[in-house]
Design a protein around this ligand. Sequence first.
Ligand code: CP
Ligand code: NVA
Length: 308
Amino acid sequence: MNHFLDIHLTDPKDLRSIIDHASAMKTARLGRPRGALDDDQPLKDRMVALIFEKPSTRTRVSFDVGVRQMGGQTMVLSGSDMQLGHGETIADTARVLSRYVDLIMIRTFDEAVLTEMAEYATVPVINGLTDRTHPCQIMADVMTFEEHRGPIKGKKVVWSGDGNNVCASFLHAAGQFGFDLTFTGPPTLDPEPEFVDLARAKGSTIVIERDPDKAVAGADLVVADTWVSMHDAQSARERRHNQLRPYQVNAELMAKAKPDALFMHCLPAHRDEEATSEVMDGPHSVIFDEAENRLHAQKAIMRWCLEL
Ligand code: CP
Ligand code: NVA
């Protein structure tokens, strides 16, 4: 079963073929209306369930549009409206949904919900973000980097801020795609050591550097994300802001990276908090290409899952 649960759990050759396939599908659609069907309609007669236990704009719309472009149908389900949110087990939900649909994408809190869904589903399951990881985002980000700058292998990525779920998937990708990553942020918000060790074990140079100015030296890509994620307690907001303010990505910091460095943010952003509007709308930024590439990358992920 080709579940797409995490980047480190997917074979590097498969990851590469997904990115290449996504780029080819993107090119094939150039100039066509968003609602036009892909010529081959690989998801014709297929039904995809999209389950959200957290809010979403990009994941929700890009999966829905992607399935439709490929000729399939979707149902978008809110966790709280399902029996899942009212005590039905994940295992039973997975077995029931597998009788109705061909593919399940789930955005949830606890990673255990995703893994249990995958264990009991008899159709492929895709991780649309958990508290711990966000693999679809980083597939789109690798695709975006390579579109602008060529192979990401050997490049230096700098993550500035909270060592959160998106950072974790960047670390997984570092190991699988062969790039280096420097994390800069306060010690209390370091990425999980397990993810750092995994990337190092695969040969990536992973550096923890508390000084953001030093961290970005020689960076090919600088990445920021929200300082307070959906799963973080709102009561921690003020403390996190105070800790993370020195790690804001602003024009001064970007100027210390390579002159042609790119800036990424998975969005949604809190403008002028984790990154300034000057950077987000400036010449280094590729944030809206990232958002677009969610669509193309996920189409390729779904085709890989279904072997289509
Ligand atoms: N980047 C991302 O996953 O955005 P959404 O939360 O809007 O889906
Ligand atoms: N780290 C953010 C990413 C949102 C796409 C969160 O989990 O809220």
